[in-house]
Design a protein around this ligand. Structure first.
Ligand code: BES
Ligand code: MN
Ligand code: ZN
Length: 495
């Protein structure tokens, strides 16, 4: 697919489908010549209440231009198109264009930029929407649905001075879109294909393409490091566990380390899960997939930052040699853990990965994990649960969540919750009972990140969708890339 920024005014655009913004009750400014060329049909439609008042409402129709029938998609951006409205408008428009099987489209959504949001942001939103909506996962269907025929997306700006900003935005949007779709591919791949070994191979391939250092530690290496907690979870599976590290050096200073939970299938282990929706536990590696998606985007953008990825990946299976409730594990940190439920395995692999992460002398550690069903109860499928032991870091992540539209909501880490993890036999138990289940998982992790700025993202509710639209969402790649972007912009300013 080719994306181009150009200056062609809408009335001269020869693309097969034109995407035209409607701002409130008016056609966007800049469309008046096109409107005259259609004998006022466009403005008449809008006067008639099309395409509807809500941002993202669309009308796909045909108009006659120079005696020829042309497809247009009218899309409501809201009166003063803000970021959220433009996101809705862009994805609805992209969906309609792709469903309409156009081969080329001219997107004039940028006509509404400049009032409350910049050209760069607007271009990024449009590009990201087209990449996201063009995603298909049909590798495993013997009869593929016809592939999207769209090959050209022309994003139009109205003046030359805006071209550079639009181009920069385009790159941003494409990179985030590519990162998100990579994460979706990994998440959607079934557990019998997407094993820990598969994730390691994918990381190595990414490392090769993007020229970054990728290392894979095997069980024997982890044994030497004393990762008794991680290895206990891995024990019951015939798939060998892997600890994958990625190192991207694009700038100066201490790195941000992203730690991903990579359970390629979570059966619950001996504390076996019920059968309903158990297939969805193939998604329990979406934290790991997020780390890889962020690396894809960051390397594509060549951000001037230092970034490390640590992925702890294994299966959680019941077996004769699997770990059991009552077992006491010694983590790499030396702290001991009584296993009260083998289904609370995420924190057991993450605690050793967090301890290992210290080796990179991180400026910040952020772990990403489909950690608790309780987080889904607390926040539903809308917001990622955000925990942080540092105010500034929390603020920056929340800001990134806001601008990227990839919502997060802060949750507490108060010591009061530590009580619930008391064990009679070890330093701590691996579960804290039903009350505040997402929080007790987070405070468990906090015991392994004592002297470093750390945030934990519980993405159990946001990493994938169930039901008719079942599939990985690629979240929270947009939020994390935006966060790293902001960081890159700040260090650039300091210079
Ligand atoms: N991977 C699950 C969390 C999960 C559950 C994510 C449902 C998305 C949807 C995690 O390993 C788990 O099983 N957590 C348990 C913890 C409990 C045993 C304390 C849970 O949430 O039920
Ligand atoms: Mn589990
Ligand atoms: Zn799990």
């Amino acid at each position: 697919m080719e994306y181009i920024i150009n200056l062609t005014p809408p009335e001269k655009d020869t693309a097969e489908t034109l995407v035209l913004p409607v701002a409130g009750k008016k056609l966007a400014q800049g469309l008046s010549k096109l409107d005259s060329a259609t004998s006022g049909v466009l403005s008449a439609l809008v006067a008639n209440g099309e395409p509807g008042e809500k941002a993202g409402s669309i009308l796909s129709t045909h108009v006659t231009l120079d005696g020829k029938l042309r497809r247009v998609v009218l899309v409501q951006t809201g009166e003063t198109a803000d970021v959220a409205s433009l996101r809705l408008a862009a994805s609805a428009a992209a969906k309609a264009v792709i469903a309409g099987k156009a081969t080329s489209t001219g997107v004039h959504l940028l006509l509404v930029a400049g009032k409350t949001l910049g050209i760069e942001t607007a271009a990024a939103i449009v590009a990201q929407a087209f990449v996201f909506e063009g995603y298909r996962f049909d590798q495993f269907k013997s009869k593929k649905e016809p592939v999207a025929t769209l090959t050209n997306v022309n994003i139009t700006v109205s003046k030359k001075a805006d071209q550079d900003a639009a181009q920069a935005g385009l790159q941003q949007g494409l990179a985030i879109g590519h990162g998100v779709n990579f994460t979706r591919d990994l998440g959607n791949a079934p557990g019998n294909v997407c094993t820990p070994t598969y994730l390691a191979t994918q990381a190595q391939a990414l490392g090769k393409a993007a020229k970054i250092k990728v290392d894979v530690l095997e069980a024997a290496d982890m044994e030497k490091l004393g990762m008794g907690s991680f290895l206990a979870v891995a024990k019951g599976s015939i798939e060998p566990p892997k600890l994958i590290t990625l190192e991207y050096k694009g700038g100066k200073g201490k790195p941000v380390v992203l730690v991903g939970k990579g359970i390629t299938f979570d059966s619950g282990g001996i504390s076996l899960k019920p059968g309903d929706s158990m297939d969805e536990m193939k998604y329990d590696m979406c934290g790991a997939a997020t780390v890889l998606g962020v690396f894809k985007a960051v390397t594509e953008l060549k951000l001037p930052i230092n970034l490390v990825g640590v992925i702890a990946t294994c299966e959680n299976m019941p077996a004769g040699n699997a770990y059991k409730p009552g077992d006491i594990l010694t983590s790499m940190s030396g702290q001991t853990i009584e296993v009260l439920n083998t289904d609370a395995e995420g924190r057991l692999v993450l605690c050793d990965a967090l301890t290992y992460a210290a080796k990179y002398e991180p400026e910040t550690i952020i772990d990403i994990a489909t950690l608790t069903g309780a987080c889904v109860i607390a926040l539903g499928h809308i917001a990622t649960g955000l925990y942080a032991n540092d105010e500034k870091l929390a603020e920056q992540l929340l800001a990134a969540a806001g601008t990227s539209g990839d919502k997060a909501w802060r949750m507490p880490l108060w010591d009061d919750y530590q009580e619930q993890l008391k064990s009679n036999f070890a330093d701590m138990a691996n579960i804290g009972g039903r009350p505040g289940g997402s929080i007790t998982a987070a405070v468990f992790l906090s015991r392994f990140v004592k002297d470093v700025n750390w945030a934990h993202l519980d993405i159990a509710g946001t990493a994938w969708k169930s039901g008719a639209a079942k599939g990985a969402t690629g979240r929270p790649v947009p939020m994390l890339v935006e966060f790293l972007n902001q960081r890159a912009a700040k260090t650039a300013k300091k210079k």
